[in-house]
Structures are given as structure tokens and as C-alpha cells.
Design a protein around this ligand. Structure first.
Ligand SMILES: N[C@@H](CCC(=O)N[C@@H](CS)C(=O)NCC(=O)O)C(=O)O
Length: 214
């Protein structure tokens, strides 16, 4: 049984597990409450960030690396095109761009807006993170003008990676999605596995619902 620690980017992992039909359990981690008393989680990830997984004697962090591990160990799966397939380069690029170019920079913006002292919120680094996010987002839009999914005609784990990042930026108020992006997110989030992942990730579901409420 695979244990996923924490939602946040753990949603990517849960969505992937649902797509692959693998057995797992989600172990909530409450970052906002503080981790001092969560010794079980700190033993899994002493660095104190989510998500992490435990799969037998394997312990891992980093959502994209975890997805790559699960697909390699429990695949093959159409979610991960093989290196000789035409879809592979775009798949590989957008799988990583979803974190390195989108969700990562969005972390900087969110952390500054929520955690920084008032006088330090509107600083050069936040502007840089926003410009970085926007330029990478342009690559996503360009690709979606060519194909319905980021690696071509078929849904892959790259779409899990980038859909999470777009929803994260939208929910934190750092991006208003354009028409093409909205249609894309409707396509990816319309999947049964996404719905099941949402039902598992109750904190994510409640957050999304609170933002959708009038
Ligand atoms: N690159 C990491 C980013 C992980 C990350 O930023 N996690 C956030 C929540 S989604 C977190 O734990 N933040 C608290 C911290 O970093 O201390 C990944 O993809 O897993």
C-alpha cells in the first residue's frame, strides 16, 4: 500500500494514482497547524514539506519525481510516453515545466503575499517570479494552440503537472486563465480520476469550493 503524505502538490500524486488504478491511502499533513507534533511525518520528511510518499522501503519527496517513480515502477502506462515515441520530448518538457516553471515560481509569490511583513510584499523578487510564471505560461498556451494536450492528442502526466500548476495559480489569485487555458483545464479536470482525486483530497476540495462560492 502506497501512503501519500499531504495534499498541496500531493494532489498530483493522488490524481496519478487514480489514473493508474493503484491502491493508496492519503495521510493528511497540516502545514498551517505546524509540524512540531507530527513526528510521524517529520520522520518521513525531516525537511517538512509536502508531498512525500512511502511505498514499502521507498521514501520519496518531490511531486514530479514521485510521479516518474510510480509510472516507471508500476507502468508501463500511456500517461508516460516512451523515449522513442514522438510525444516524448514535449511530454518530458511540460512534465517538468509544470513545477520548475509554473508552480515553483508561484510558491514565491504566494509565500511573499501571505507570509512576508506588509512592507516587504511588493518587492522585486515577487515581480520576477510573476514574470517567470507568465513567460512559461506562454509556452503552455503556444502548445495548446497546436494540440489538445501538452504532449499531443493524448492525456499524459504532463497534463497532471501543468493542470495542477494552473489551478494553483488561479486559486491563489496570481493568474486569470484565458479561454484556451480554461477549455484545457475543463478537459483535464473532467476526467473521472480527477473527480476521485478531489473526493480523496478533502482539504483541496474544500479550498476550491470556498473560492467558487459567490
Ligand atoms: N518542488 C516540490 C515543492 C513542494 C512544495 O512547495 N510544497 C509546499 C506545499 S504544496 C510545502 O510543503 N510548503 C511548505 C514548505 O516548503 O516548507 C514538489 O513538487 O513537491
Amino acid at each position: 500500500m502506497i501512503t501519500v503524505y499531504g495534499e498541496g502538490r500531493g494532489f498530483r500524486v493522488v490524481w496519478l494514482l487514480e489514473e493508474m488504478g493503484l491502491a493508496y491511502r492519503l495521510r493528511p499533513v497540516d502545514l498551517l497547524a505546524g509540524l512540531e507534533d507530527d513526528t510521524e511525518f517529520l520522520a518521513v520528511n525531516p525537511a517538512g514539506f509536502i508531498p512525500a510518499i512511502v511505498d514499502g522501503d521507498v521514501t520519496m519527496v518531490e511531486s514530479i519525481a514521485i510521479m516518474e517513480y510510480l509510472m516507471a515502477r508500476y507502468g508501463p502506462t500511456p500517461l508516460a510516453p516512451g523515449p522513442r515515441e514522438a510525444a516524448f520530448p514535449a511530454y518530458q518538457q511540460f512534465l517538468h515545466l509544470g513545477e520548475a516553471g509554473l508552480a515553483g515560481p508561484n510558491n514565491v509569490i504566494v509565500a511573499t503575499h501571505i507570509l512576508a511583513p506588509e512592507a516587504e510584499r511588493d518587492n522585486w523578487t515577487t515581480g520576477w517570479a510573476l514574470r517567470t510564471f507568465e513567460s512559461r505560461r506562454g509556452l503552455v498556451a503556444r502548445q495548446l494552440a497546436r494540440s489538445p494536450y501538452l504532449a499531443g492528442d493524448a492525456f499524459t502526466a504532463a497534463d497532471i503537472s501543468v493542470t495542477y500548476a494552473l489551478e494553483f495559480a488561479q486559486r491563489t489569485g496570481n493568474a486569470v486563465l484565458g479561454e484556451v487555458e480554461r477549455a484545457y483545464v475543463a478537459r483535464t479536470t473532467g476526467r473521472e480520476a480527477y473527480r476521485r482525486a478531489m473526493d480523496t483530497c478533502q482539504a483541496t476540495k474544500a479550498w476550491a469550493a470556498s473560492l467558487a462560492a459567490p
